[in-house]
Write a protein that binds this ligand. Structure first.
Ligand code: DGY
Length: 326
């Protein structure tokens, strides 16, 4: 964007700190209210600070509920979220109010797929438990039955939600010699499927999953998708990995299955109610737990920020933002 006088710069609110190159770009092109101490604002603070702003750049920490959207100042026209997921925004209300919403697809696909693979391998090979043992000083002599995990190569990986991230996980898992099964709203073209075996329903998919990796969006439809009934359909000793959203899993059912041995292990990067989460997971040695770091690389977070700003730039230049959700 060409450099503008302060008076002609669009006014935006940026609710959290963003990577320095993204912040520099924002300072250059916008009259922006920034959040230097990076504290998560409550709804009232967000609404107050949005006065006089045409654009918002928010993160998944800001919950744009029906109430918040209805109380946003009328001058707010566009909300760019620094995330691919937009379950923190009440889309129906935003649509009704005429609020444009954009997200940041594509740029976090590889980073998130990498974390899914890390969890698949780490949960299968008991990485958390083994490292904790070593750090405790409990590492004894090598023995044939020490810390045995589950083999990954040659196993079946079931992917629920074969979008960009699901397909990137499949590509990586093939490199580990896994066979890919998947369930998706629609069957993919042969080109995108690349040999993965399609199942029309989760119930058809689950019995084929030595490993199950969740990649569906959070929605009313996927709320507690993985419940006791569906866990029962998995083979005994299966491994479950979730890098999608915590609400997709019924924690009580997953914990019961991890305790009973129905499931060998779970690798979780997302939790219902995070950053709070069901603390029982901490008591289980067969869990590998990460604090929602799927997209947390320097490169990816810069790309996400730039993508969000690209969408704002397009809107303020009178063009259609590329990643318009509504
Ligand atoms: C997203 O973009 O939705 C991620 O979950 C944030 O890392």
């Amino acid at each position: 964007m060409p450099r503008k006088d302060l008076t002609e710069k669009p006014v935006i609110l940026v609710t959290r700190r963003v990577p320095p190159p993204v912040e520099a770009r924002i300072r250059d092109a916008y009259r922006a209210t920034l959040n230097d101490d990076d504290r998560v604002w409550n709804a009232g603070e967000l609404i107050d600070r949005a006065r006089g702003c045409t654009g918002l750049l928010i993160c998944p920490t800001e919950r744009l509920t029906t109430d918040v959207i209805e109380r946003l100042p009328a001058e707010v026209k566009i909300c760019a979220t620094f995330s691919v997921g937009y379950d923190h925004i009440d889309i129906a209300t935003a649509k009704r109010r005429g609020l444009i919403v954009t997200n940041t697809p594509d740029v976090l696909t590889d980073a998130t797929a990498d974390i899914a693979i890390l969890l698949i391998l780490g949960a299968a090979r008991r990485a958390t438990e083994a490292e904790a043992l070593l750090r405790r000083g409990d590492w004894g002599a090598w023995s044939t039955m020490f810390m045995l995990g589950t083999h990954v190569s040659g196993k079946r990986l079931g992917i629920y939600g074969m979008g960009r991230i699901g397909r990137a996980v499949a590509r990586r898992a093939r490199g580990f010699g896994m066979t890919i099964h998947y369930c998706n709203r629609q069957r993919l073209s042969a080109e995108l499927e690349t040999g993965a075996i399609f199942h029309a329903t989760p119930e058809a998919l689950l019995p084929h999953c030595d490993f199950l990796s969740l990649h569906c969006p959070a929605s009313a439809e996927t709320h507690h998708f993985l419940d006791a009934r569906r866990i029962a359909l998995l083979p005994d000793g299966a491994v479950v990995v979730n890098t999608a959203r915590g609400t997709v899993v019924d924690d009580g059912a997953l914990i019961a299955a991890l305790k009973s041995g129905k499931l060998a292990a779970a690798g979780l990067d997302v939790f219902e109610g995070e950053p709070r989460f069901n603390r029982t997971y901490l008591e289980l040695s067969n869990t590998m737990l990460l604090p929602h770091i799927g997209s947390a690389t320097h490169e990816t977070r810069a790309a996400m920020g730039n993508r969000a700003v690209d969408n704002l730039d397009a809107y303020f230049a009178g063009r259609a933002p590329a990643d318009r959700v509504i």
